[in-house]
Design a protein around this ligand. Structure first.
Ligand SMILES: CC(C)(COP(=O)(O)OP(=O)(O)OC[C@H]1O[C@@H](n2cnc3c(N)ncnc32)[C@H](O)[C@@H]1OP(=O)(O)O)[C@@H](O)C(=O)NCCC(=O)NCCS
Length: 136
């Protein structure tokens, strides 16, 4: 929660929200943590039980002091390993260049926009990553 607060400020999840995420670990949530003695990064996924349903990447963040050292990429690699073969969706603020670059680098592509979605009028960009199906 402390790391979430540092990374997202007013948009940080409340204790109640985090509690709900962890309560759903047995159902459809996956939380991965980059741990260097203290948590320096995390990713939260919504992984529906039906493998035909897309996975939602709900949140990914790295401690500001540890950014650009590869932790976000490692978290993303681990997250995608958890949902091999499945479509993954996410939403990102149009002006969030670091996250946008991370996502593009992992093969996510913009599929739609929610105009003026965020407070302040910023667009939300919906991105999708699809793994190519290999014929057997
Ligand atoms: C997005 C975020 C998780 C990236 O984490 P990170 O540990 O810095 O990422 P990495 O060091 O693994 O970088 C992986 C790639 O992402 C891209 N990238 C990351 N930060 C970038 C930046 N500031 N500018 C441009 N590209 C960037 C680069 O392509 C980078 O590869 P490179 O370093 O080889 O060029 C981190 O910036 C963050 O926590 N941001 C705040 C929270 C947030 O906005 N989360 C997304 C919305 S839920």
């Amino acid at each position: 929660m402390a790391l979430d607060q540092v990374c997202f400020g007013d948009s940080a999840w409340s204790a109640e929200s985090w509690g709900e995420e962890f309560a759903r670990l047995a159902d459809d949530r996956v939380v991965l943590v980059a741990d260097e003695g203290v948590a320096v990064g995390y990713v939260v996924l919504l992984v529906p039980p039906d493998s035909e349903d897309p996975v939602d990447l709900l949140r990914i963040a790295v401690s500001p002091a540890e950014r650009r050292t590869g932790i976000g990429g490692q978290l993303m690699t681990a997250a995608l390993r958890h949902c091999a073969g499945r479509t993954v969706l996410l939403e990102v603020a149009a002006g969030n260049e670091s996250a946008g670059a991370l996502y593009s680098g992992f093969g996510f592509e913009e599929i739609s926009r929610r105009r003026g979605y965020y407070a302040g009028g910023e667009d939300a960009v919906i991105m999708r990553r699809q793994e190519e199906k290999v014929d057997e």
